[in-house]
Design a protein around this ligand. Structure first.
Ligand SMILES: O=C(O)COP(=O)(O)O
Ligand SMILES: [Mg+2]
Length: 226
């Protein structure tokens, strides 16, 4: 086995999504959104709505939530400021690392290849959450939805992350939970692995083409290394 091989089929680096892939953050999103809605004397939202709506960044989530409860879109700026304030306090309090994630990250990190976390979550919240859940140690780089001009499903964040890791997209595996991750990865030329337990906009993830669909991150098949 030659670990330094440049065979593009072999993973030379990993990019891992955060919400729905490593951490079950739905509880945080629901708690924060409902505090914002209560502040604004608006009706609260349920877990199902949030599960269908997360994954495209905070702006999209806040705008969609206001529309869902029938609020005026002009409330956005106020809601965004309140969302930031509540999220800063509540980040990680209602969320759990998914089963198999620590074991999976240990397997990946044992390969000694560069690893990045790439999420649509604002970078400051992502860094804070990774630190609180003791996952920061696995990543050489962490990028959030406000680090680049465009978010996933645009390929730009993937291309920029590959550049930062110093690896070719074709040799850099993206591990995510949604069609957003898959679309961004495919457009960037990165192979994609999808987990089934996350949030895929209310759609079955098995319908989204990927190298592998996993029930747990530690079930990832790295046999391309053999
Ligand atoms: O939309 C978000 O805030 C985060 O989503 P992601 O971590 O799955 O990219
Ligand atoms: Mg996700």
């Amino acid at each position: 086995m030659n670990l330094t091989s440049q065979n593009p089929d072999q993973p030379q680096a990993f990019i891992v999504d955060l919400d729905g892939t490593m951490v079950d953050t739905l509880g945080d999103f629901v708690a924060v959104l409902n505090r914002v809605l209560q502040d604004l004397a608006l009706p609260v939202v349920g877990r199902d709505f949030v599960e269908r709506t997360v994954g495209q960044g905070s702006e999209h989530l806040i705008r969609s939530t206001l529309a869902h409860v029938g609020a005026e879109p002009q409330l956005y700026e106020d809601a965004w400021a309140r969302y930031q304030a509540h999220y800063t306090v509540l980040n990680g309090q209602h969320s759990e690392v998914f089963p198999g994630v620590v074991e999976g990250l240990e397997r990946l990190s044992a390969l000694g290849r560069p690893m990045a976390c790439l999420t649509n979550k604002p970078a400051a919240f992502a860094r804070d959450l990774l630190a609180k859940k003791d996952l920061a140690k696995y990543f050489d780089k962490v990028f959030g939805g406000d680090d680049f001009a465009r978010k996933k499903p645009d390929p730009l964040p993937l291309l920029k992350t590959c550049e930062a890791l110093g690896t070719a997209p074709a040799a850099t595996w993206m591990i995510g939970d949604s069609s957003n991750d898959a679309r961004a990865a495919t457009a960037a030329g990165c192979p994609v692995v999808l987990v089934r337990y996350g949030y895929n906009h209310g759609e079955p993830i098995d319908a989204v083409p990927a190298l592998q669909h996993l029930d747990r991150l530690d079930a990832i098949d790295l046999s391309a290394w053999a």
